[in-house]
Design a binder for this molecule. Sequence first.
Ligand code: COA
Length: 174
Amino acid sequence: MPTRLTVRSASAGDHDDILDLVRDAFSVDGQDGQAEITIVADTWASGLIPTGFELVAIEDDKVVGHVLAALGDLGGKQIPGIAPLAVSPSRQRTGIGSALMFELLNRAELAGFPLVVLLGSPDYYSRFGFEPSGPLHITYRPVGDNPAFQAYRLPGYDHSMQGEFTYCWESGLG
Ligand SMILES: CC(C)(COP(=O)(O)OP(=O)(O)OC[C@H]1O[C@@H](n2cnc3c(N)ncnc32)[C@H](O)[C@@H]1OP(=O)(O)O)[C@@H](O)C(=O)NCCC(=O)NCCS
């Protein structure tokens, strides 16, 4: 029987499964996933996750995907930054990452945010409408002018949204 994919808001009861998934997904190329685990834990501790901005993908009652966004600072405005997006290695390339991203972007638009940012592969995120943030005068100091730092403009966007972005775990906002 084909497995059915569900995407829903995460809850505290999912935390152990999320940490296992994030570690598995990022344990590639000699990495152990600890950097991403720390980002997730620090983001949970920040209290800056807008309601509904942490999602899990479920197949056969198992957490097979996760995405997290929290409020960072962009020139004094609170803007969601996505980090991380992870899909269980055995279930990658089956549309789960896309399902999570589309749902999160939809929720960001419904919540009235003007912009969402992230750091990742432009080859992957351009398919959702992300663009390098540099030409929008949005910077992320740790990567300089690397096009991997990207922005997704929503209907409320205007050119006043400029400056240096800091994630919640970097800015001490929490
Ligand atoms: C990156 C990731 C989230 C994508 O999720 P997914 O469910 O595998 O992706 P989807 O099934 O929605 O999309 C598959 C497409 O994305 C492409 N893709 C997957 N990972 C990619 C990457 N890192 N860079 C570029 N393209 C990528 C695939 O080639 C495929 O392309 P196609 O549609 O042209 O065939 C997942 O592979 C993952 O968890 N990777 C390990 C952790 C990670 O790197 N997270 C992202 C950090 S930026």
